[in-house]
Design a protein around this ligand. Sequence first.
Ligand code: GLY
Length: 349
Amino acid sequence: MSYRTINVAASRSYDIIIGAGVLSEIGNLIAPLLGKCRLAMLTDSNVDELYGDRIVEYLSSSGYAVDKFVIPAGEASKCADNLLEFLNFMADCKITRSDAVVAFGGGVVGDMAGLAASLYLRGVKYVQVPTTLLAAVDSSVGGKTAIDIPAGKNLVGAFYQPSLVCCDTALMDTLAPEVYRDGCAEVIKYGVILDGQLYDKVKKIPFDRESVVARCVEIKRDVVQQDEFDNGVRGLLNFGHTFGHAIEKMSNFGVSHGSAVAKGMLIAARMAPLCGLCDAADELKELLLAYGFDLSCDYSADDLFDAILSDKKRRGDNITVVLPRSIGDCALVTLTVDKLYEKLKQILG
Ligand code: GLY
């Protein structure tokens, strides 16, 4: 079998291996990176039911001792209580500095396992094994780790790069359609921000998963290599996210991340012409509707503005939003929070 390999040269250099069936190679892939060690594996209840036995078998047959910790599936699990429980579990399992963490799941699992790896003993190695499209194209790559706190999403976290990303695209066959669609929002995001050709490619639904995942990962790799610690160009990856995170928060996470990002991308596209940039809103809306996204927004400008004020991207009285110049080319536009409010009012009333 041949798999695609994409290397990320960040503060830790690591490979992302992409392909259907690559999970069966996980033992061979991690052996040169981790040696023989104990693995604390974080996963969620859905992934565990479908694939938990399989990954443990692959790892055990390669000589790894695996201690598995399962959290309930869903964003509500990405919380301080579960993080602490997992850290205590690692201590109970006598995980040492030469051992490692495996994040086997979607964005919730990946973000929390990565944060636990960064904290435990001031840092142990970890491996991302994304099981959702969203985690494959976004959260498993680039080393952003976090949990949510009541004040907002991802407000507590660290930059901490994995040692390997093992992305088996066949695991996505069993995703519920709405979970798969969540990842499509991130794929469309990459097209709008940096790659008009990718955007055109994903107009054909369904798109070829493996090549599209690989292209998104390449785009993210290029961005992360330029700005690992998110002080500039990495901000482009937040297209739709400032408004999306506010919608997620307002809905008490009842609106999923991908659905919220889709709504947020449309708000951003509507804001662009109000800031002298292009009006791609109708075109983007058409594509998002073709994917089946509900683009209605149940929240007023006041509601969203309130939630945005606690966004981690805010710096003092300024906030930087990502707005399209054209499909495939976005700009980082810094507005005062008052200006942002004014524009949100114009869009949402
Ligand atoms: N998910 C956005 C980033 O990694 O920067």
